[in-house]
Design a protein around this ligand. Structure first.
Ligand SMILES: Cc1ncc(COP(=O)(O)O)c(C=O)c1O
Length: 398
């Protein structure tokens, strides 16, 4: 064993966060100049129990959706013990923080050397491939792969998802079948996975994908030791009709009912968005109103990156708060109108791609609470131009 992995990052000691009973009291109590993220422990618990109570298998959390330790702690406290990790640094983050966690290396293409370190140093045995060169690399780094369970990723058509995840990764059922045979003959355990695409609004898409995976097993003619139905479960954004979760779970349960799995084989899912989105809100401040344009203290280079994805039409639920003359905070309601919304940086591109509908009477120093911001927002923020939102509070009541 000749490897020298990078030292694990110092374990993040979560500072004690301030707790508030409501958004209004958080705003009143802090009058924040910078954006503030609000953790909702109840919403995290509800999201986790939805999966732990009803998904017909084991739920991993896809760390990429939000790797902030405060968020990981909420998910871990709510019962998540399996993590879909896509890099050595995600593995180190989880392993240094939770001694009872199991990591699965579910990225189909890895930095050379990372599979070796994940296996030798951290004891991971689950890996994904979708082509021969990556399988060669994996077997080469793991002394032939005899300890491993190797998932082949099947590409799925877009179906009901808003963001496709099969043009970069995944292969045809025929090629997947051939790879499964190669894996079995190397002495590793063959398994299958797919990702139907993120924010999938049609449960039936999972049944179609399971059918493609089944064709790969037919081609391979070898027993499959696990089936991972990926992520894609949606968040409740404005403008999206999100079917009830039990439709997804029933569809998956029914689809895997006839799936040719080896005795004792395991079923997994790896949601990111559906576990992280609802648990975090953002309190942003209006730093300037210029006619029907406003500037916020957060923008595209901060928490709003996902709005700039071309296929993305969903929106974050929001409410506006303002300080009254008595120094108390109240919700600003009334007639609405569209505002063009800029972020705080000097870049012209730092503008939300669509106007936001907000109260006509909106003023500088009002606060806008954006809900369901926990997935692919905070994870993608940058420090561009010196702005890096990272203040956190906890809201206990909702
Ligand atoms: C391999 C893999 N698993 C899981 C996820 C999580 O997907 P979602 O957040 O849509 O549930 C992703 C998202 O990119 C992914 O690439």
């Amino acid at each position: 064993m000749n490897i020298q992995p990078a030292p694990p990052p110092a374990s993040f000691a979560a500072p004690a966060l301030r707790h508030f009973p409501s958004f209004a009291s958080a705003i009143e109590g802090t009058r924040p100049a910078n954006p503030v993220y609000v953790l909702h422990p109840r919403r995290f618990r509800a999201a986790v129990s939805r999966f732990l109570d009803s998904f017909p298998g084991t739920t991993m959390y896809a760390v990429k959706a939000n790797p902030v330790p405060h968020v990981l702690d909420q998910l871990h406290e709510a019962g998540i013990r399996h993590f879909d990790t896509a890099s050595l640094s995600e593995i180190e983050l989880i392993r240094t923080r939770y001694s009872d966690a199991t990591c699965h290396f579910m990225a189909p293409v890895r930095i050379p050397g990372e599979a070796r370190a994940a296996w030798q140093v951290h004891g991971l045995t689950d890996f994904v491939v979708d082509c021969d060169p990556e399988l060669d690399k994996l077997l080469g780094e793991t002394e032939g792969g005899k300890d491993l369970r190797i998932f082949v990723r099947v590409a799925t058509p877009l179906g009901g998802a808003m963001l496709e995840l099969s043009s970069k990764f995944g292969t045809t059922p025929a090629n997947a079948g051939r790879l499964l045979k190669r894996i079995a003959s190397a002495g590793a355990k063959p398994a299958l996975t797919f990702h139907v695409g993120s924010q999938c609004l049609s449960p039936f898409t999972y049944a179609q994908a399971v059918e493609l995976a089944r064709r790969a097993v037919d081609v391979a003619g070898v027993p499959v030791h696990a089936l991972d139905v990926g992520g894609g479960f949606p968040g409740p954004y404005l403008g999206n009709d999100v079917p009830p979760f039990h439709w997804y779970f029933e569809t998956v349960r029914e689809a895997i009912g006839g799936f040719p799995l080896q005795d004792g084989a395991e079923v997994y899912c790896e949601p990111g968005r559906a576990l992280a989105a609802e648990g975090v809100s953002l309190i942003a401040r209006v730093i300037l109103r210029r006619d029907d344009q406003i500037f916020l203290n957060d923008g595209i280079y901060g928490s709003f990156d996902e709005l700039s994805v071309p296929a993305w039409t969903a929106d974050y639920p929001r409410r506006v708060y303002t300080f009254g003359p008595n120094g108390r905070v109240r919700e600003r309601r009334g007639e609405l109108k569209p505002f063009k919304v800029f972020g705080p940086t000097c870049d012209t591109l730092d503008v939300l791609p669509r106007p936001l509908t907000l109260p006509k009477t909106l003023q500088q120093d009002d606060y806008i609470v954006f809900e369901n911001m926990g997935a692919y927002s905070i994870a993608l923020r940058t420090g561009f131009n010196g702005f890096y939102p990272n203040d956190w509070v906890v809201l206990d009541s909702e």
